[in-house]
Design a protein. Structure first.
Length: 339
């Protein structure tokens, strides 16, 4: 139904407008009392799907990636579609509009999306208020970043503000230094500034009574040398793991005219690249840390490939947009069939 009826209608309109409209529709459907029915249709409940990763218990290994529910508006409703966890954000200390519109572009022939959103969000305080009502119902990740106007030499201050604000309402943290849409942000992926940033956050975290897992989200465009640095940094800073990967700047093999747009590319064109990054990190580190695999998961097999490459969990975003919520159910069923 989604691919034959709903998606063709959605794709007639501007993607950012449809994104916001879809949130209103999801909220409306749940206000009409249809949440339990949606849960029955899409949830796959089985003890063999449960995972314990970086000290947290996940009901299943399929999550929603950051960027979809930036401001924690519909995380409870989205969880009813079968997700085992939801990652909100990227949030920044202060609200910001992001980059000028138009900034979100579909590439239907390539099953991809290019975005240059620029960390548009209502600020960390807004997300905290939304998450206070969760009370452990949904396992939540908090993806944190810096405001555009904050210079890189003061970036750690922004990450600390978001970390402290979200600490009581999320289960794990993700440090986002890999978005291509905030000027100079990816410079923080270099070895020295990244080590300093993660050490500061981890030391601050360890001073808490009950520290929470901190993960690093990396770009798919890193060289093998840079990936080797990431492995070394994870070991040195003792963070909990890595999310691989964010969007790419690569445009190789694309056919849709929107390929000329600037920003980060997600979706099917990223499938193989993201899987290879996961495989390299897992193999080179000898499985020293958990990896959440994300990037180009449009079929159950795509998810299985990332798990086989070394991912402990997977996340969807563009695949969820193109394939619909049935994809979550298909992935979980495929995982069970491998047992």
């Amino acid at each position: 139904m989604y691919q034959r009826l709903i998606r063709p209608i959605f794709f007639l309109f501007d993607p950012e407008r449809i994104h916001h409209l879809s949130f209103r529709l999801i909220k409306l459907v749940h206000c009409l009392g249809l949440g339990p029915m949606i849960r029955r249709i899409f949830h796959v409940n089985h003890p063999d799907l449960a995972r314990e990763v970086f000290g947290l218990k996940f009901p299943n290994p399929v999550g929603l990636a950051a960027g979809f529910d930036k401001d924690a508006i519909a995380y409870k409703e989205l969880s009813n579609f079968g997700f085992g966890f939801i990652e909100i954000g990227t949030v920044t200390p202060k609200p910001q509009e992001g980059n000028p519109k138009k900034r979100l572009f579909r590439l239907p022939q390539d099953k991809g999306v290019i975005n240059r959103m620029g960390f548009n969000n209502k600020g960390v305080a807004h997300a905290v208020e939304r998450l206070k009502s969760n009370k452990g119902q949904v396992l939540i990740g908090g993806n944190i970043g810096k405001n555009k106007v904050t210079p890189n030499e003061r970036a750690v201050d922004d990450y600390l503000i978001c970390f402290d604000a979200l600490f009581e309402v999320v289960d794990y943290f993700v440090v986002n230094v890999s978005s291509p849409n905030t000027p100079n942000l990816r410079d923080l992926q270099e070895k020295e500034p990244l080590t300093d940033l993660l050490n500061t956050l981890q030391n601050h975290n360890n001073a808490k009574t009950a520290p929470k897992p901190i993960l690093l989200k990396i770009a798919p465009d890193l060289t093998q040398g840079q990936l080797d640095d990431i492995i070394e940094i994870v070991a040195q800073t003792k963070i909990a793991g890595v999310i691989a990967t964010n969007t790419t700047l690569n445009r190789e093999g694309l056919s849709h005219p929107n390929k000329v747009e600037t920003g980060g590319l997600s979706g099917k064109p990223l499938t193989q690249c993201a899987t290879e990054v996961i495989r390299y990190l897992s193999s080179k580190s000898k499985g020293a840390f958990p990896i959440i695999g994300v990037g180009g998961i449009h079929t159950a097999q795509d998810a299985l490939d990332k798990l086989a490459a070394g991912a402990s969990l997977v996340q969807l975003y563009t695949g969820f947009v193109y394939e619909g919520p049935a994809l979550i159910r298909e992935i979980n069923r495929a995982i069970l069939q491998q047992k």
